[in-house]
Design a binder for this molecule. Structure first.
Ligand code: SF4
Ligand code: SF4
Length: 259
């Protein structure tokens, strides 16, 4: 079979990015303000891409989930019915409120902070520290590991306060995921692969705050119908066009003045 770089990127790009960022955490690389700023800009363009590609706890859940899928096969991710899952997802707002109110408390800075960024090194160190924070982190980590074997991305769906903030930002995203109802055959393959249970087939613009922009629905195992599900880059093109016109006009004015 002929090797095609585009196919390779389509199939493995996300995995490569995930491995890279997971390795950064193992080597205790800390994201500075510039990297966080870049992630915020990326969210404005592509939605919650940080959650889909870069978040280490998300990556960990994906990998444990893959194992769960191998063990449970069709029973994987059927434990919590969709409607219950939607209701449970509101718990993230409770966590976010608690986070906002008790931002400087022992609970949020020590326990939540460490659960939210569980570097493998930190977890191992905490496990040997015998501190109460360490015990709480280890217990939470074990609970989410077991849950991830049964359900896809449980931490992101029901617990992560960051997902609420990023979800709100992603409603304004410039490049939107769209479904063309005329081409869509309602095979529901996109929904089956979606880790966040986004009701894609009910939507034309998939601008659901729970979408983590993992793009699995349009990847090699996603939508089989060409053009049915796509990334709408037109608004981005328009921005460039507009800027070009404005820039062009200013430039022409300057040139005219100088003659
Ligand atoms: S809708 Fe698509 S891009 Fe969004 S979370 Fe689901 S699979 Fe990923
Ligand atoms: S996988 Fe594609 S064709 Fe099938 S329901 Fe989803 S958008 Fe429609």
């Amino acid at each position: 079979m002929k090797f095609k770089l585009t196919n390779f990127i389509k199939k493995y790009f996300r995995l490569i990015v995930q491995i890279l960022f997971f390795s950064c955490l193992i080597f205790n690389f800390e994201y500075g303000i510039i990297i966080w700023g870049l992630f915020t800009i990326l969210t404005l363009f592509l939605g919650r891409i940080y959650c889909g590609f870069f978040c280490t706890i998300g990556v960990y859940q994906d990998w444990v989930g893959n194992l769960g899928k191998k063990i449970l096969k069709d029973k994987f991710d059927t434990l919590i019915p969709r409607k219950t899952s939607k209701i449970l997802s509101y718990f993230r707002y409770v966590v976010m409120t608690a986070w906002a109110f008790f931002a400087t408390s022992f609970f949020t800075t020590n326990i939540m902070g460490k659960i939210g960024s569980p570097s493998p090194n930190a977890i191992v160190n905490l496990a040997f520290s015998r501190e109460i924070v360490g015990v709480a982190v280890i217990i939470s980590f074990c609970i989410f590991t077991v849950l991830s074997l049964l359900v896809r991305r449980p931490y992101c769906k029901y617990f992560c306060h960051g997902s609420v903030e990023a979800g709100a930002l992603s409603f304004a995203r410039i490049i939107k995921l769209k479904r063309n109802p005329e081409l869509c055959t309602n095979c529901h393959r996109c929904e089956k692969i979606c880790p966040m249970n986004v009701p894609i087939t009910n939507l034309e613009t998939v601008c659901d705050g729970s979408c983590i922009s993992c793009f699995q629905c349009i990847g090699s195992k996603g939508c089989p119908k060409k053009g049915a599900l796509y990334l709408d880059v037109k608004p981005l093109k328009n921005i460039f066009k507009r800027n070009e016109t404005v820039f062009g006009k200013i430039l022409i004015k300057k040139i005219n003045k100088s003659i």
